[in-house]
Design a protein around this ligand. Sequence first.
Ligand code: S3P
Length: 433
Amino acid sequence: MDTTTQERVIRPARNIMGSLRLPGDKSISHRYAMLGAFAEGTSRFTNFSTGADCASTLGCMQALGAKVKRIDCDAVEITGVDGRVTPSAEALDCGNSGSTMRMMSGLLAPQEGCFTLIGDASLSKRPMERIRKPLEAMGASISLTDGHAPLTVDGRSLKPIDFTTPVPSAQVKTCVLLAGLQTEGTTTVREAVRTRDHSELALRAFGATLNRDAHSVAITGRQSLHAIEATVPGDLSSAAFFLCAASLFPGSSLVLEGLGLNPTRAALLDVLAALGAKITVLHLEEKHAELVGTVQISAPAEGLGSTEIRGELAAQLIDELPVLAAIGPYTSGGIRIRDAKELRVKESDRIALVAKNLRAMGAEVEEFEDGLDVPGGQSLHGATIDSGTDHRIAMAFSVAALRATGDTLIQGAESAAISFPEFFDLLDAAAER
Ligand code: S3P
């Protein structure tokens, strides 16, 4: 990825209008890429994520022996290795992507050979002990430096475990399931809060059998995967920026077609509805067990109300919290967020950066170890935003900028391309000025 820092000016908008179809979901694209590359046969994916993170997964899987052919910017054909990867002489570069590093470690731990996984400066600071622990309990050998990448996997055959995730994390759950898929016996993952279940749905789509109940999933090892053809649903976490933007302007009307609406991902729609936004869901269908539909949203004439996000909801909304906090000042009663300590170990410390940037725009905000209080009824002014080269911070404050007085300068705007390279163009198209 180009590492030059770019700035982007966001001008205030009068309204948000239009109809959009968003690029493919990042979480699902990672999983389809990894499983397609591991399966037997040739998989084809359309509306595949255009973000740099999923390109990192494709690059790693190619280095491990899968054949990856880009048909178009959002279409990819992958011929898998049928369960046995080729160790790569070079380190596997996961870029900025925690999903790639954590999930791929589980895929590689039971393989023969030695694999080194590296990442950029941000990824090299993120916690990796959370995957080392369960993998080592399975008998794997994982080396880290102070709990961080570079991460080295010395592959060997593993034994199954019954593991309870200490923090809610779909990446950790997936890591253990991918190791379990290749391990004789039954591996079980239990979680107190049900995290996104794309891996479970994708594993089934590729032909694996899993047993699930409300808070656990079990996989029996030595199952083989078979290629699929799939269209990736639009990314709801990318849509979050547009849904929140539209919620700010009475008179707005935005339609998002082909959007992923998996219930373990769609809590944002409930939160925006509770804040007063009018939301209609149309044309619901299932594709490889993922729910897909069209969402129509408009803002309430009286403005947004107030909400508190804590407990299970905080975990389920983790990627959408920065943009919700960024629009907090424009609500009447504010937004309170708690139980979201995980935000501190994402691509940046998202609690600190949200607080810093809201203050730069003139807002009052109180920061807690595990969240934020953003009082409502405040007006913001344009400012220089430090995105910390974190894609979700850059995009969240581009949304806050739409209702501010004066222009806002987003530093590190290029980071949007980690998940959503089309973001600024689509925002320009939807914003009436
Ligand atoms: C993801 C899980 C979440 C999320 C991340 C994508 C996934 O991370 O924040 O953007 O695709 O499984 P955690 O597993 O660390 O909660």
